[in-house]
Design a protein around this ligand. Structure first.
Ligand code: ZN
Length: 392
């Protein structure tokens, strides 16, 4: 049992994926221009034909470390991904641990099959996540401030949405953000059509009259073309537009609505499939559950960015995972990450060595390192950028 394994990872070809980003990182050709949306590094990755979770099962204390083994019932607590969005993904929100537990039990009690389209909770876990950009990256995330939302609606100046500003009257008893979402979800087809026509006819005008919001108008225009008749095309009016530069990241706690628009990044999350959709999708939207889970508060995620050191650990409150970026020019360095680790090389070549052996990783290649080999004894050598997932 040497404890270091090169991984071979499943790729998801969802239609929103980029045909270029992942193939070019992996240095493979893609003549059919198939979308490569995600590459999953985790339990289902193969090490010489055997799934990683099967190998972990053989000796969980060694592979995960006794503490992680006990806390997460013998299973790797995170899923690490490359994610490359050419087109926007649906708006989504994730439950907290309590909500996920209750939701999973409730749907089990109602005997809704796990694979049913009506099923919202696939497991009893929460799904905090961090997305870190490898290229320029655009996302919508969290509610803008109420003041900003009113400014956006005024600047957009669409007659069909005129009465939205009334929602912010001080006399309203209910939270304006909740009222706003209710109103968005009850827009009639006629109003949605009026908004679409308005966007088509006014996009150029808007960019001239309110150029400070040009990127917002362009996103609304993009949404309207890809998801016609979807009320969430106006979501950039009430959600923050976040632009990440390479190596910058945002952490998404439970209850925060978000939407990845465009860009290539690494994403690290707790092992869960619990996604509640909130628009820009042809799939089932469970609006009742959406309103239970969404945190109706103004929230702008802080952008987490590395300082100028060659090892940077992104700070989040997640207990299941930690993300680090490691840059090296030449000298040998010790692996600065704890726990069961997955490394992926995004630039250059990295030689991983410890007492039991050596592994060469080229750009796009990834490896699993057992907690039991004591990562302090692992050396990395070469000129590279490596993203590392571990457990804090
Ligand atoms: Zn998410």
């Amino acid at each position: 049992m040497n404890g270091i394994y090169k991984l071979s990872n499943p790729v998801k070809h969802y239609d929103w994926g980029s045909p270029e980003s992942i193939p070019s990182l992996l240095n493979i050709t893609n003549p059919e221009k198939k979308p490569y949306a995600e590459m999953w590094m985790g339990n289902m990755s193969l090490t010489d034909g055997t799934a990683l979770d099967e190998i972990i099962k053989e000796s969980p204390d060694f592979f995960l470390g006794p503490e992680v083994n006990r806390r997460y019932a013998g299973s790797l607590p995170y899923l690490f991904k490359l994610l490359a969005a050419e087109k926007p993904l649906s708006i989504q929100v994730h439950p907290n641990l309590e909500q996920a537990n209750a939701g999973f039990a409730r749907e089990n009690a109602r005997h809704i099959p796990l694979e049913s389209a009506e099923r919202t909770y696939k497991d009893a876990n929460h799904k905090p996540e961090i997305i870190c950009a490898l290229t320029d990256y655009d996302a919508l995330c969290g509610f803008r401030t109420k003041c900003e939302i009113q400014n956006m609606f005024r600047a957009f100046n669409c007659p069909a949405l005129e009465n939205f500003l009334e929602l912010f009257n001080k006399d309203n008893k209910e939270d304006p953000l909740k009222l706003l979402m209710k109103k968005v979800f009850s827009l009639s087809d006629t109003i949605k059509e009026e908004i679409e026509i308005y966007i088509k006819e006014n996009i150029t005008n808007l960019c001239t009259l309110a150029p400070q919001y040009a990127s917002v108008w362009n996103i609304i225009n993009l949404f309207a073309q890809i998801y016609p008749h979807d009320a969430a095309i106006i979501s950039p009016l009430y959600m923050n537009h976040i632009k990440l530069k390479p190596e910058e990241a945002i952490y998404l706690p439970a209850g925060v609505p978000h939407c990845y628009i465009h860009g290539f990044g690494v994403e690290l999350m707790a092992n869960s499939d619990n996604v509640i959709r909130g628009g820009l999708t042809a799939k089932f939207i469970d609006t009742k559950e959406l309103f239970n889970i969404v945190n109706f508060h103004e929230f702008t995620p802080p952008i987490i960015k590395p300082d100028n050191t060659n090892v940077y650990a992104y700070k989040t409150e997640a207990k299941e995972f930690s993300l680090s970026v490691i840059q090296n020019t030449k000298e040998t360095m010790r692996l600065p990450v704890l726990g069961p680790v997955i490394l992926v090389v995004t630039r250059g070549t990295c030689t991983v060595s410890h007492a039991g052996g050596t592994l060469n990783l080229n750009q796009g290649e990834s490896a699993f390192l057992a907690a039991g080999i004591e990562n302090g004894n692992v050396e990395l050598c070469g000129a590279f950028t490596v993203y590392a997932a571990g457990v804090p």
